[in-house]
Design a protein around this ligand. Sequence first.
Ligand code: SF4
Length: 191
Amino acid sequence: MTIPFLSKVKLMKLSLYNIIIPYKKYLILYNTLWDSVVMCFRSDMTKWGIDDKLHLSLSNIDHRLVNTLKENKIILDDDINERNMVKNILEETNNVNDVLEFTIIPSLACNFSCWYCYENHNNKEHISQPEIKHIVLALEKIIKNKPEITTFKISFFGGEPLLFFKSVVVPLIEDIKKAQFNSSVFGAWLR
Ligand code: SF4
């Protein structure tokens, strides 16, 4: 269904990289590409007319909300190709050859239940000892084949990485002595 109004105005569309999280009478719109967040009333969302190509009818939305959505890149002009933008960012990143950043997720398990979390935490699996060896071997191989790397960073992410501190994080740290470590944790292991 095409909305007639749309032919008279510049078309806008929703970003491909939005995650929409319902919260009480609100919707939290998080854009994973630009790390931006907008919170709006659900009732505003129901006013949005969206056609079969995800074009938006913005006629019913407060212009301040439209501007906020634009500024945070939750919505964007129809002629913008986000996939090409991501490809360009990746190419630029890949051309920076002297830094290797590696993110390891010991497990998706977590003993918190943040209201905004999209993980269900039912999966208690974690990286096994043989997998630790594989990771170390893979990193060694990458570093050996890329002598231009001067900075090597490992981040731990989750879930709550400290739940598997002794069984996963410590062995990895011990095996990769030269890395700079950076961990996203909430101290939950200490509870
Ligand atoms: S700490 Fe992270 S993984 Fe755990 S519930 Fe909160 S957001 Fe989810």
